[in-house]
Design a protein around this ligand. Structure first.
Ligand code: NAP
Length: 291
């Protein structure tokens, strides 16, 4: 393995940055960051190369001489994740990549038997079949959980009508439904997977989950760190009118409540991710303390 190159798509983003960091820290591999803007790259990878998931030839070029690639697509930037996933598979095949790691999510459509429509989960899961059928010597699926970082970002606590600060969501706060982690810890799983192709490189699913929490657990973790937040449950129909895209979030939360984030058969996948990781994961309590 020594000095073989791992190319990381999304190296400037939440998932890929953690991947680059853990691979660099572990030290076995040569790490190639891929970005659409290499001139702006400020990370610590050994090299940086231009690559765009919407431009097949740039990807094939970016994957040249790579032993492994990690690929994540960004739904929130409007990506056609199926098209981008297929392009990444094609480019990796053309470049002779040995180990392909795909950042995917549970297939909500299949798990809920069509009841819930959550395209940013199901779209990624649809690419899994292309990865499986592509004929890579090694291939692995990683499933990132709900990022702790969402709690201080796009799903952060907001001022409420009653003067408190907290969340208004269509979710029962006592349900332990949300698998969550510090997203930087995904890199520990990705690095572990590249180091252990014989163990997890034949299509294993590695689901990162440091904790399975209810919203009340989240409030408790903040309270233990001296922050008091409120939670207000609203019906999904009401929430869906709050902002554009709220309907999909409502469907996602309803899916979490019924099946949990990672789905009903995720225990072994969560355990395998823990076993393969190069380092221990950060708890929500410690993450809040540190951030
Ligand atoms: P992020 O921090 O927003 O960064 C996006 C990354 O994607 C950047 O590094 C960007 O690279 C890269 N990228 C976007 N379009 C690209 C393209 N056409 N070609 C090459 N690179 C491209 O994103 P992230 O959080 O790491 O990943 C986003 C994905 O995570 C989403 O699809 C989301 O559904 C999924 N996810 C999120 C959560 C959550 O709780 N938030 C949980 C599970 C999964 P450059 O700009 O440098 O080119």
């Amino acid at each position: 393995m020594k000095n073989r190159t791992i190319a990381v798509i999304g190296a400037t983003g939440s998932q890929g940055k953690g991947g680059v960091h853990s691979l660099m820290k572990e030290g076995t591999f040569r790490v190639r960051a891929i970005t659409r803007n290499p001139d702006k790259y400020t990370g610590d990878a050994h090299e940086v190369v231009r690559g765009d998931l919407t431009d097949l030839s740039s990807l094939t070029e970016a994957f040249q001489n790579a032993y492994g690639v990690f690929v994540v697509t960004n739904f929130w930037e409007g990506a056609d994740e199926v098209a981008q996933g297929k392009a990444a598979v094609q480019a990796a095949k053309d470049a002779g990549v040995n180990h392909f790691i795909w950042s995917t999510l549970p297939n909500v459509e299949r798990i809920s038997q069509g009841k819930y429509d959550v395209p940013h989960f199901t779209g990624k899961a649809k690419v899994d079949e292309w990865v499986k059928d592509a004929g890579f010597q090694h291939f692995t699926f990683v499933q990132p959980p709900f990022y702790f970082q969402n709690l201080s970002g796009m799903l952060g606590a907001q001022p409420q009508q009653d003067g408190s600060i907290g969340w208004t969501l269509p979710l029962d706060p006592i349900e332990k439904a949300i698998h969550m982690s510090d997203i930087n810890d995904l890199g520990k799983v990705v690095a572990g997977a590249f180091l252990n192709p014989e163990k997890v490189g034949y299509g294993s699913y590695l689901s990162l989950s440091t904790e399975l929490n209810s919203f009340n657990d989240i409030l408790e973790a903040y309270k233990a760190n001296g922050k008091k937040y409120s939670f207000n449950q609203v019906p999904a129909e009401v929430f869906s009118n709050f902002f554009p895209g709220a309907g999909e979030i409502a469907q996602m939360l309803a899916y979490f409540e019924e099946h949990t984030y990672m789905g009903p058969d995720s225990k072994a996948q969560i355990q395998l991710a823990r076993e393969i990781a190069t380092e221990k994961f950060t708890s929500l309590h410690d993450w809040i303390k540190l951030n």
